[in-house]
Design a protein around this ligand. Structure first.
Ligand code: ZN
Length: 1052
C-alpha cells in the first residue's frame, strides 16, 4: 500500500516525498498484522455519487474523490455506506457480552476468556465462589431501585430508547455500531431503523430473578455482569487483526489499546487525533445537555504500524504551503475550490481566498480540482510540509544529544552510573546480540561507510559528567583516547570545549565513546564525591546547545543539595496537611533557578529527559526537577527503588527508546477549529506563555500526547461539518524544519441524542484525565477526585435524563459507547496520581505528569492493566494463528476473584510488568518458564528481569506474549519484575493494580457503580447536592475514595 504520486500534467510542485526517519527500532515479533486490502473505493453519498469525476472511479484511487463536496449538505454526503463495512457487521454481529456469561455460548472470544479464567466447567465454580468473598462486597439493594423485571434481563430496545435521528446528520462514515461493539442483546423490533441505535447498556444494579452464578438472591450485583474492560479490548483487537480502519467510513475509532492499521481517507488517523465527539452539538446549550466534554486528543508524532502509508513530506519551495489568508489554516482536503479553481474557501473560517498562481489548477465540472489525485495535501488527513526560512527560529541542524551523567557517590555506589553507561552504549550501538553483524572492527572503521550507530542520520552526540564539579569530554576521532576537561566555577558555569569538539558523530567516534563509557564507572569509583551539582551542570550544558537547540539526557541519583541552585528536603514524609495526603506545595516548585533554567531551555529549543534513581526510595524533589522536563516537552523516567542489576534492563531499554524514537525539537503547536468554536484549554507537557499563544515544545516525541478542549463562540450549522486542524512546526532529528498538519472532521447535529452515539470513550477519558491532573498542586486532591466523580455522574445522568428513553427507574443505564468509562475513571481515582491517602510526593507528581503527557494507548493501560494468566494458556496462544498473526490469550479482569490458586500472571499497566506467582505454583511450570532446577519460588533470582530462552512450549509462549506487549508500549521499557506471593515487595503493587477490587478503603468496581447510581438517581429526582468539590454534600462518595492506604495484600 505504498503511496505513489503519479506524474501530473501540471507538474508537481513538491519534490519527492522523503522521510529519512529511522524506522521502528524495537525488536519486533515475527507476526505482523498483514496488510489488509484497501477498501474497494470510498463510496460517496448518493447525492454526490453521480457527480464523482471519472478519475475517482479509477481503481488506483482509493481516496474520497470529493470529501469537501461543494455547496449543499454535509461535507461528506449522506446515504450510501461502504459495502464492506455493512457485510462485516452482518458477519460479525454476534459478539456477546459478559453479561451473558454462563447463559449462552456466544463467541470464541468469550468462550476463550471463560476457559482461561477456568470458569467454564462446573469444577471451577466452587473455587470461584470461595474467592469471591475477598473480591467484592455483597450489596444491599438501593431503596430507590426496586423494579420487577422478569428474568433479570432488562436490555433496552434501542428503537424505543432513543429519539430517532435527523436525516441530515448521518454521513455515510458514521456507523455507530461496529461489529465488535454490539455488546448488548439483540434488539427487539429491528427494522425500525436502518442504522442500529446504540441502546444504553443497563447494568443490573437492582437485579432480580433466577439465580445466577450462585448468588441469585435479591439485590446483589454479579461482578461478571458489569461492563468488562478486558472484553472491550480483546474483541476489537481480534476484529482489527484482519481489517483496516478506513478513517472516513467508520467514525468511531477502535479502542486505544487496539493494534490496527489505519487507512487515511482525508480524515486523520485516530493514532494522531481523536475527537471526544464525532458528531458535535450545534450549540453550547446542546453540549451542556450531554455534560460531555468537547475536546481533541492529539499524539502528533505517533508511531505507525506496518501496512500504513508513511506521512508524505511535501515541498512547496520558497512560498511554503498554501494557507488561508485570514485564519492561517494550512491547505487540507476540506478546502473548497470554486470559480473554476480560482477561489479556495477555507473550511475552518470560511474565508474565500484567491488561489495563488503557482498553486492554481482548474476544476472539473463537478468542482473538483483536476490535479486532486496527484496532491496528497488534498487527499490525506495528515501531511507534512517543508517550510521556508520564515518558519525558522534558527538554522535547523540534525539533532544534538547531550548526555549529562551524574557521577557522584550515590550514583557510583548504587550501580546507577554503571547502568546508565551500559544503557547509553546500548542506545547508541545496540547490544551485540541483537546487532551481531556490527562487529567492533566496523566501529573502528572511520571511513563513514558503515553506519554502526543507532542515532538518526546526521545527529551528533556529546558527553558531560558532574559531581561537585562539571566535566566535558572530547571524544572526537582525532583523539587517541577521550579527554576530560573540568569546570569548577559553579557560579558562572561555562562550556570548557567548543560545540564542534563536544558533539561528534557516534559512528565515527565509537571507539572513544565506548572507551569513555566503560571507564566512567571505574574512574569515579576511586574518588567518589557526594552531592552532585545539578543546576550549574545543566546551565553549562545549555550553553553548548544555545545556538542549535537539541536534547539533553540527564541522569541523577541523589538530591542535589550542594552549590548554587541547590534543592532542599522539602517533603519529609510527615503527611499531616490535606487529609493526610501531604501538602500540595510538594507537588509544585517555586525554585527560581529551576524556573529560569526551564525558561532558557524552552527559548533555546532544548528539551530534557531525566533518568532519576532514588535508592531506598529517598527524596529527590521530582516536583522541581521534573518540572524542567515537563515544561520542555521532555520526559522523566523515575526508578523509585532502583536496584542493580535488576533495573538496568529497563533503564537500558528506556535510554535506547529515548535516543532512537521518532522525535523533533524547537517545536510550536497550534490547533484551529471551525467558526463557532474556539480553543478553551490545552493540557500536556509544554510551555504556553499566555492564553491563546502557540504551545512551545522544546522537545516533542512519538510518545507525546496532549489534550485540547473547545468552547462555543457561536452556533454551528448542522448542515455543515465541523473541522479541526492541528499544526506542529518542528525540526526533525535530521535537521529539516517541517509542519505536520493533522485534520479532523466531524458532523454537526441538533438532534438531542446524537452526540452520545458517536462519543469516543478513550478521548473523553483522556481529556478528563489530563484536565484533572493539570490541577494537581492548585486544588486539593480530594477536590479533584470529587470533580471527576461529579463529572462522571453528570454524563451518565445527562444521558439518562435526556436520551435513554423509558428505562426502569432502578437501573443504571450506561451509554453504549461509554460502558467502560466508569471503570476507567475508577482506575484514575485509584492511580498514584490521584489516589487518596499517603503517597510520597515524588511518586505522585511523577505520575501526575505522566498522565498529562502520555498518549492514549499508554493512558488506557495505565487506567486499567492487562492481566494474562500463564498457567492455563491454550497451546496455540503466543504463536502465529492460521493467518500468521500472533494469537494473544484473552485478558482477565483486574480482580482477585479471577486469580487462581497455583497461578502465574503477567500484569502490564504500560509502566511496569509484574510476574505474579502464587505460592502454590507448580514446580513444573517454574522449570518450564525459568529452566531446569528452578522449581520453587525461593530458587528464583529476585533480580530476574527477563525470561531465559528455553526450548519449552510455555517459555516460548510467554516470550512471544511479552514481545507483543512490548510492541504496544509507549515510552516505558518492558522488564519483568517478580512478584512472588509472600516474598517480593512488588506483591503490594500487584494488589494495588487489581482495580476492580476494594483496596484499602477504596471502592470496588461494584461499589463504585452503586455509588454512581445513587448520584444519578439523586440527580434525576432533583435531590443531588452539587458539591463544588470537597464539601460534605457529595453523599460521602469521596470519603470512600479519600484514603486508599498502603494496600496490604489481603489473601493468605
Ligand atoms: Zn481560514
Amino acid at each position: 500500500m505504498s503511496f505513489q504520486i503519479p506524474s501530473s500534467p501540471y507538474g508537481s510542485p513538491f519534490a519527492t516525498p522523503l522521510d529519512e526517519r529511522p524506522r521502528p527500532k524495537r525488536t519486533t515479533s515475527a507476526w505482523r498484522p498483514p496488510v489488509a486490502p484497501s477498501p474497494g473505493g470510498y463510496q460517496q453519498g448518493s447525492a454526490h455519487a453521480q457527480q464523482a469525476p471519472t478519475s475517482a472511479a479509477n481503481e488506483a484511487s482509493y481516496f474520497p474523490s470529493s470529501p469537501a463536496a461543494q455547496g449543499s449538505g454535509a461535507g461528506v454526503g449522506g446515504g450510501v455506506q461502504g459495502s464492506t463495512a455493512e457485510t462485516m457487521q452482518q458477519q460479525e454481529g454476534g459478539y456477546g457480552y459478559a453479561a451473558r456469561a454462563g447463559q449462552q455460548d456466544t463467541t470464541g472470544g468469550l468462550a476463550q476468556q471463560m476457559r482461561s479464567v477456568g470458569i467454564d466447567g462446573t469444577a471451577s465454580m466452587h473455587a470461584r465462589r470461595k474467592k469471591d468473598r475477598h473480591a467484592y462486597h455483597q450489596l444491599e439493594q438501593p431503596a430507590a431501585s426496586a423494579s420487577t423485571q422478569p428474568g433479570g434481563q432488562q436490555y433496552l430496545n434501542g428503537a424505543q430508547g432513543q429519539p430517532s435521528m435527523g436525516g441530515q446528520a448521518t454521513a455515510p462514515w458514521q456507523h455507530t455500531t461496529q461489529p465488535w461493539q454490539s455488546q448488548s442483546l439483540p434488539q427487539a423490533g429491528s427494522g425500525a431503523s436502518v442504522q442500529p441505535m446504540p441502546a444504553g447498556t443497563p447494568v443490573p444494579i437492582a437485579q432480580q430473578g433466577p439465580a445466577h452464578m450462585g448468588q441469585g438472591s435479591q439485590g446483589r450485583v454479579n461482578p461478571d455482569q458489569i461492563p468488562s474492560v478486558p472484553l472491550s479490548r480483546d474483541l476489537p483487537a481480534e476484529y482489527y487483526k484482519s481489517r483496516i480502519y478506513p478513517t472516513m467510513e467508520q467514525h468511531l475509532p477502535p479502542p486505544a489499546t487496539t493494534p490496527f492499521v489505519a487507512f487515511d481517507q482525508g480524515n486523520a488517523s485516530p493514532k494522531y487525533a481523536r475527537l471526544t465527539l464525532n458528531c458535535i452539538p450545534s450549540s453550547h446549550d446542546h453540549l451542556q445537555s450531554t455534560a460531555l466534554p468537547l475536546g481533541l486528543t492529539l499524539q502528533p508524532l505517533a508511531k505507525q504500524t506496518d501496512g500504513e502509508q508513511a506521512v508524505p513530506v511535501l515541498d512547496f519551495g520558497e512560498t511554503g504551503p498554501p494557507r488561508c489568508r485570514r485564519c492561517r489554516a494550512y491547505i487540507n482536503p476540506f478546502m473548497i475550490f470554486s470559480n473554476g479553481g480560482n477561489r479556495m474557501t477555507c473550511n475552518l473560517c470560511g474565508h474565500p481566498n484567491e488561489v495563488p498562481g503557482e498553486y492554481f489548477a482548474p476544476t472539473d465540472p463537478s468542482g473538483v480540482r483536476v490535479d486532486r489525485n496527484d496532491r496528497p495535501e488534498l487527499l490525506l488527513g495528515t501531511c507534512e510540509f517543508l517550510v521556508p526560512k520564515e518558519y525558522w527560529s534558527k538554522e535547523p541542524v540534525p539533532l544534538r544529544y547531550l548526555f549529562v551523567i551524574d557521577v557522584s557517590a550515590e550514583a557510583v555506589q548504587r550501580g546507577f552510573l554503571h547502568g546508565v553507561c551500559d544503557g547509553i552504549v546500548a542506545a547508541l550501538y545496540g547490544d551485540s546480540a541483537e546487532d551481531g553483524h556490527t562487529s567492533a572492527e566496523d566501529a573502528d572503521n572511520t571511513s563513514g561507510e558503515t553506519r554502526s550507530a543507532k542515532v538518526p542520520a546526521g545527529a551528533k552526540v556529546g558527553f558531560m559528567t558532574f559531581d561537585r564539579t562539571i566535566h566535558f569530554y572530547d571524544t572526537s576521532a582525532s583523539m587517541s583516547t577521550p579527554r576530560q576537561m573540568v569546570v569548577s566555577d559553579l557560579e558562572d558555569p561555562f562550556s570548557a570545549i567548543s560545540p564542534e569538539r563536544l558533539y561528534v558523530d557516534a559512528a565515527q567516534c565509537r571507539k572513544n565513546i565506548t572507551a569513555l563509557l566503560k571507564q566512567l564507572p571505574v574512574m569515579f569509583a576511586q574518588h567518589a564525591v557526594a552531592e552532585p551539582v545539578l543546576l550549574p551542570s545543566l546551565t553549562a550544558a545549555l550553553t553548548t546547545l544555545e545556538a542549535t537547540g537539541g536534547k539533553i539526557l540527564c541522569s541523577l541519583a541523589s538530591l542535589p543539595t550542594y552549590g548554587p541552585g541547590k534543592l532542599f528536603h522539602r517533603d519529609k514524609g510527615n503527611y499531616t496537611g490535606e487529609d493526610g495526603e501531604g501538602s500540595r506545595e510538594y507537588l509544585k516548585t517555586e525554585h527560581i533557578g529551576i524556573k529560569k533554567l526551564q525558561s532558557d531551555l524552552v527559548k533555546a529549543g532544548v528539551g530534557i529527559d531525566f533518568f532519576l534513581s532514588a535508592p531506598m526510595g529517598g527524596y529527590l524533589d521530582v516536583a522541581s526537577i521534573g518540572f524542567v522536563a515537563d515544561k520542555t516537552g521532555g520526559e522523566t523516567y523515575y526508578y523509585p527503588n532502583w536496584t542493580y542489576p535488576r533495573d538496568s534492563l529497563r533503564l537500558q531499554k528506556e535510554l535506547s527508546h529515548t535516543v532512537q524514537r521518532d522525535q523533533g525539537y524547537a517545536a510550536l503547536m497550534k490547533v484551529r477549529s471551525s467558526n463557532g468554536l474556539q480553543v478553551a484549554h490545552y493540557s500536556g507537557s509544554f510551555t504556553q506563555h499566555t492564553f491563546g499563544a502557540d504551545l512551545e515544545l522544546a522537545s516533542v516525541t512519538e510518545d507525546s500526547g496532549m489534550g485540547v478542549t473547545f468552547t462555543y463562540d457561536g452556533k454551528l450549522d448542522p448542515k455543515l461539518d465541523a473541522h479541526f486542524q492541528a499544526a506542529l512546526l518542528y525540526t526533525t532529528t535530521s535537521g529539516q524544519r517541517r509542519v505536520r498538519c493533522i485534520n479532523c472532521v466531524a458532523s454537526v447535529t441538533n438532534v438531542p441524542g446524537e452526540p452520545f452515539k458517536f462519543v469516543d470513550q478513550d478521548a473523553v477519558l483522556s481529556v478528563m484525565a489530563k484536565e484533572a491532573v493539570s490541577k494537581a498542586g492548585e486544588r486539593s486532591l480530594k477536590e479533584i477526585r470529587q470533580s471527576i466523580q461529579d463529572k462522571t455522574v453528570d454524563i451518565i445522568a445527562a444521558y439518562r435524563k435526556n436520551f435513554a428513553g423509558s428505562s426502569q427507574a432502578g437501573q443504571l443505564v450506561l451509554p453504549q459507547n461509554l460502558k467502560e468509562m466508569a471503570m476507567f475513571v475508577l482506575g484514575l481515582l485509584k492511580s498514584r496520581a490521584l489516589k487518596g491517602g499517603k503517597e510520597p510526593s515524588d511518586r505522585r507528581i511523577q505520575e501526575v505528569r505522566m498522565v498529562k503527557g502520555m498518549g492514549l494507548p499508554e493512558l488506557s493501560l495505565y487506567l486499567y492493566p492487562r492481566i494474562i494468566a500463564l498457567h492455563n494458556l491454550d497451546p496455540s496462544d503466543g504463536f502465529a494463528d492460521d493467518s500468521g498473526r500472533l494469537k494473544m490469550p484473552t485478558a482477565l479482569r483486574a480482580s482477585f476473584a479471577h486469580i487462581e490458586d497455583g497461578g502465574a500472571y503477567l500484569v502490564d499497566n504500560g509502566q511496569i510488568l509484574l510476574l505474579w506467582l502464587h505460592k502454590q505454583v507448580s514446580p513444573n511450570l517454574l522449570e518450564d518458564l525459568f529452566g531446569p532446577g528452578i522449581n520453587s519460588l525461593q530458587a528464583l533470582d529476585p533480580s530476574l528481569n527477563a525470561l531465559p530462552v528455553l526450548e519449552t512450549l510455555l517459555n516460548a509462549q510467554a516470550r512471544n506474549i511479552l514481545l507483543h506487549l512490548e510492541e504496544q508500549r509507549g515510552s516505558k521499557g518492558l522488564a519483568i519484575q517478580l512478584a512472588r506471593q509472600g516474598l517480593d515487595g512488588a506483591e503490594f503493587e500487584f494488589a494495588r493494580l487489581l482495580y476492580e477490587d476494594r483496596n484499602g478503603e477504596a471502592s470496588s468496581y461494584v461499589d463504585w457503580l452503586v455509588l454512581l447510581h445513587r448520584g444519578i438517581t439523586q440527580e434525576l429526582s432533583g435531590q443531588r447536592a452539587k458539591t463544588g468539590g470537597g464539601g460534605e454534600g457529595g453523599g460521602g462518595f469521596s470519603d470512600t475514595l479519600s484514603s486508599i492506604t498502603g494496600a496490604v495484600p489481603y489473601w493468605g
